[in-house]
Design a protein around this ligand. Sequence first.
Ligand code: IVH
Length: 675
Amino acid sequence: MASDTPLDFEEARQQHQQLATSLHHHNYQYHALDRPEISDAEYDRLMQQLLQLEQQFPQLVTPESPSQRVGSTPLESFPPARHSQPMLSLENAFNTADLIEFDARIKRFLSSTADIEYICEPKLDGVAVALTYEQGKLVRGATRGNGTVGEDITQNIRTINAVPLQLRGDFPERLEVRGEVYMELAAFRQVNEQRREEGEATYANPRNLTAGSLRQLDARLTAARPLTMCCYGCGEMSGASPKSHMELLEALSRWGLKVNLDIVRVVPAIAGVAARYLELMEQRDDLPYEIDGMVVKVNAIELQQELGEKSRTPRWAIAGKFPARQEQTVVESVRLQVGRTGAITPVANLRPVNVSGVTVSSASLHNWDEIERLGVMIGDTVVVERAGDVIPDIVKVLTEHRTGQEQPIVQPERCPVCNSLVVREEGEVVPRCQGVDCPAQLKESLKHFCSRGAMDIEGLGDKFIDQMLRLELVSSLADLYRLKRDDLFQFERMGEKLAENLLGAIAASKQRPLENFIYGLGIRHVGNHLAKVLSRRYPDLDALAEADYDELIELHEIGPQVAKSVTLFFRTESNRQLLAELKKLGVKPQASASQPAGELFKGKTFVFTGALERFTRKEGEHLVEAQGGRASGSVSKKTDYVVAGPGAGSKLAKAEQLGIAVLSEEEFLQLLEKE
Ligand code: IVH
């Protein structure tokens, strides 16, 4: 704003700095240490304040600002990134004997028989990345590439919450840190689950999903993927000189980087390495992320230097690989699943087989492109692998077992459930059932609508939904709210109490927060988080339904894909009808906490100044926002009211000079009472 005085900007800058420091701190507590100190809602609130300041003063936006995690303008391609020191890879060991041989080799090289201290780290199964920090600021993130030159993926790396944009504490002037970007299993399953529902191709394992996410030219797409990063070493580092690898890891952690110190072990000799290798193999299934082995490193940096490296691998480290969780079995038949959006997913029914302790009897075939890629047929002997997803994958067909009796897996022309036409649109990998009344789609939509995070209708699980459909009690989401007591008594094992509880839960869901409702509608690409983003911006569904593409795309975190799918959803006549029916039935989603509760101050801008006594500045600002007004840090011609406490100085003077209404705290509260 042209009329803002430098002092006002200075105040905004200070507030911004405080907010940024606080957000960096809480981000570190949550993503690097897994020890959150504040609620998600509180974090969101701080972020909103920061965003507001940045909107007002765009000069405050720096690459280190916590707001920059959402991605920005898409790139044409990734520029090359040369590593100042090559990113090496590791030799493999496949059992304890190989590890013992590794130790013997080291001793021979050093001409010593003394025990060697090792550090054992999990071998994370993700994508290796190098981060460069200058003066504590993240200036580059690059992939390994061929070890000498990788790709500059800085924009995408910035979206990863576990990557500090700014280091903390006694960080070195220049630091190139290395680690693995990966996705935790729970997040991976959720992404795949959502993609399955939406009929997008699913990923075979978290590593592929991570690699795919990092390769997005539009960083907003990367931002939507819950990636994380753990650091395990460094390239160039000025100043600091840790004596051991463990000291280095501890330093990295102090500087704000995520290091999995809790699972790293220092052992005094190779016997400890072998024991830890077997132990970690046992623990493997209990970890929240995938590991494919254990990395063993000589702990003393001096010894590492003495040992040096061969052409592409260091002599001082080795990867103790774990056996792949694979087995052979036979594809007995294929069933077709119809998802919420009509997407048809082929699933292989397998002859049951035990894969490292778990009985596997089906595997996802993902889609017909994947079937073609694998060349799989019914009756084939295949290799299946458990890799992260609950549903295992077929990794390979053993064609040498073919008898000639195998049958091709044909893409259906009609929906296996409703017999409607199945269409695979151009550019899509999945065929979809076109039936508007397809019971399979309705069933999945109902399940989603009732689920936790959506309308959260307790007790209304898969079993009852199945029965409701079988009894033809519902044929749309709206019918849920038309259910009567007597209808429920047609269900198996329904009692008085249960019926009452169910009706109560259905009735209660009419008042769910708007974000739950938006999520429950199952708009493509709108998950929990984006539903929240939309609910914050739009006070009610009507407003959201009217929003056009250009308006949506302007929103923080909303990309082209989402903006398109939201507008398409609300333009579709059947959806508009559904919303109208729900409204008539009394479904009235509640505006988000940060949505204005009233409109008393709509379009008005307030500035609070001086030592407020009746409420804090924050509280005052919230009161204004709750009434649809705007709170600003600086007085300008656009200010409508200045609320001044004792000791108010330059802002009060400026308000008087510009002839802006000045209120005491008392008068401000009286205004509010008029609501
Ligand atoms: S150290 C010179 N430590 O495994 C040392 N690597 O083939 C180079 N990896 O490309 C790597 N966890 O992507 C190291 N704790 C860990 C690791 C790790 C996973 C990956 C990394 C590297 C590959 C080695």
